[in-house]
Design a protein around this ligand. Structure first.
Ligand code: AMP
Length: 397
């Protein structure tokens, strides 16, 4: 895994793909800078090695060319403040002027290029556009894990022009290292908690995880498709009838592979899909007609406690219930508490690839787990066992 430390970049222009896709309010002010903060260590590492960072990113989804509201110019002052160095901005990302600016960049200064997606060649993975970008650097660093599952010009195609002169940034390296701690050589017992809305979006994750884990905890809306496969009454709960057979197959496969599956034993039910709906707690296999399961019940969480306590490696992908509704968040919070406790006792825990990331942040517990992934879609594909184009492009010679 080539990293920044492996390159001799003294005095050289280092083209870095970051993910500065931050949320902006109506006045184009940054409302959450965590995506920018995440890349500061990589930028500082490049500066410390004498490199000159030329930073490229997308911001939002501009349709058909330039959109002043989505200009990276809105990020310049904040980048200056959090990096502690000068930041120059140039209002394009390819062309002669950009190339000249990159060559004239003073020491200890970051050059921020304009939004990559103002050119449609970016998302199309256009060769010519990638070549244009490549002219702005002597080395290429990919630190944008959030877009690593896309074969875009700046995330994958560009790497062809940097044979022997490319590496992963620190965010990318951390994501890859941490996921490998779960998928390749994690300490047993390994427990995966997979929740969220739909089983259809998690089939590949479940299939990929089975040979690698000891316990599979299934929660969230998707649990009801599994419960239905066991003959449960699911009322109005979220059930994907087309996937009941698949759920049964996964349970058989788990048994064959010696993986213990844990389904909810009780459920917090609601008579409507909203926070102030009428509530009750019932056996997870006996949801009355007209009611829907929106959270894991207290017995489910108590039953998980000893499993989590014994686990040495934990992966959490997807919430146990509709945690966005305060009245149906106790199951998800209960799971988070168990993961935090296991982590404090020495287990390695990774939260990623689903809304459990939003949940752990909502509970202010991100510091209590070992690692929270920065890339939703990319982590999900990683957990599915897919090769991510942004990773393969760096590893290819
Ligand atoms: P995912 O992105 O697959 O992790 O799914 C996350 C979404 O699943 C969240 O928005 C939750 O509100 C939703 N969810 C979790 N449990 C349930 C449930 N029992 N019924 C309906 N939606 C659920």
């Amino acid at each position: 895994m080539p990293s920044i430390n492996d390159l001799n970049m003294e005095g050289a222009r280092v083209l870095v793909r970051v993910d500065f896709n931050v949320p902006l309010n109506e006045d184009q002010q940054i409302t959450d800078d965590s995506r920018m903060q995440a890349h500061i260590p990589s930028l500082k590492a490049i500066l410390a090695k004498g490199g000159r960072p030329i930073v490229m990113s997308h911001l939002g989804r501009p349709k058909g060319g330039r959109d002043p509201k989505l200009s990276l110019a809105h990020l310049v002052d904040h980048l200056k403040a959090i990096s502690g160095v000068e930041v120059q901005f140039i209002n394009d990302c390819i062309g002669e002027e950009v190339e000249i600016a990159s060559k004239n960049l003073p020491e200890n200064t970051i050059l921020l290029l304009e939004n990559l997606r103002f050119h449609d060649g970016e998302t199309k993975g256009d060769e010519n556009f990638a070549y244009g970008l490549s002219k702005n650097g002597d080395f290429y660093i990919n630190d944008a894990f959030g877009t690593a599952h896309r074969a875009h010009a700046s995330t994958a195609i560009i790497a062809n022009y940097f044979s022997g002169k490319k590496a992963f940034g620190l965010v990318m390296k951390a994501e890859i290292d941490n996921v490998n701690k779960v998928l390749n050589g994690g300490q047993n017992p390994i427990t995966a908690i997979v929740g969220g809305a739909k089983v259809s979006s998690k089939i590949s994750v479940l299939e990929n995880l089975l040979p690698k884990i000891d316990h599979l905890v299934i929660g969230g809306g998707m649990a009801f498709t599994f419960l239905k496969a066991q003959g449960a009454s699911t009322g109005n709960s979220l059930v994907e009838d087309d996937f009941v057979e698949m759920a049964a197959k996964i349970m058989q496969e788990a048994e064959k592979q010696g993986v213990k599956i844990h389904l909810p034993v009780d459920a917090v039910i609601a008579d409507d899909f909203n926070n102030s709906a009428k509530r009750d707690i019932v056996d997870a296999k006996s949801i009355p007609d007209g009611w829907m399961g929106l959270d894991a019940g207290p017995e489910t969480i108590s039953a998980l406690a000893p499993i989590m306590e014994a686990s040495k490696t934990i992966l959490w992908n997807g919430p146990m219930g509709v945690f966005e509704f305060e009245n149906f968040s106790a199951g998800t919070k209960g799971a988070a508490d168990l993961i935090a406790k296991a982590t404090s006792q020495g287990a390695f825990s990774l939260v990623g690839g689903g809304d459990s990331v939003a949940a752990i942040k909502k509970f202010n517990m991100a510091e209590q787990v070992s690692y929270v992934s920065t890339g939703g879609g990319a982590m999900l594909e990683f957990l599915e066992g897919k090769t991510l184009p942004g990773i393969a492009a760096i590893q290819d010679k």
